[in-house]
Design a binder for this molecule. Structure first.
Ligand SMILES: C[S@@+](CC[C@H](N)C(=O)[O-])C[C@H]1O[C@@H](n2cnc3c(N)ncnc32)[C@H](O)[C@@H]1O
Length: 140
């Protein structure tokens, strides 16, 4: 499910969804994501701004359950710790930055939360995808 306040962007995405035959799987909402119920979301992707992310942060902390993940394109979520090893706080894809966060360890001191095996393997998969993309880019 995707949200945007910009009607033109929503129409553009709907056209892509139809072109790919994905209309049963993807819903595009021309509306305010602050009205969305995130309690069942396991993966939230954001392409906002740093201030937009800061406004959204309390809602993410309140509604997302343990094991959910947040991926933010280009902008970090201030006050949260990204899930990445090493000195950088983000992955790089060309000129784009990708910030990964795990719930709740992004904003708690709990660095090893209890995850079900399913949650743990989903999380590993998403990191592998970004690491793979990063490697692909660096060899282009
Ligand atoms: C950096 S642009 C990204 C555009 C587009 N979503 C994309 O992924 O290419 C930020 C977008 O966030 C949308 N936005 C800002 N506040 C919003 C809100 N409360 N609810 C839904 N969309 C919002 C704006 O309309 C704008 O299109």
């Amino acid at each position: 499910m995707g949200f945007d306040l910009n009607a033109g962007l929503c129409d553009g995405v709907r056209a892509k969804v139809l072109a790919r035959g994905l209309e049963g799987s993807i819903e595009v909402v021309h509306g305010n994501f602050f009205l969305a119920d995130l309690s069942k979301a396991t993966l939230v992707t954001l392409y906002l701004t740093t201030s937009g992310n800061s406004k959204l942060r309390p809602k993410l902390e309140k509604e997302l359950g343990t094991g959910a993940r947040v991926v933010s394109h280009d902008f970090p979520i201030h006050r949260w710790d990204p899930d990445i090893a090493g000195p950088q706080d983000h992955y790089t894809l060309g000129s784009h930055k990708i910030y990964l966060y795990g719930i709740p360890e992004a904003y708690t001191k709990e660095k090893e939360p209890q995850r079900t095996p399913d949650e743990a393997s989903r999380w590993k998969r998403i990191r592998r995808i970004f690491l793979g993309l990063e490697r692909e880019r660096s060899t282009e």
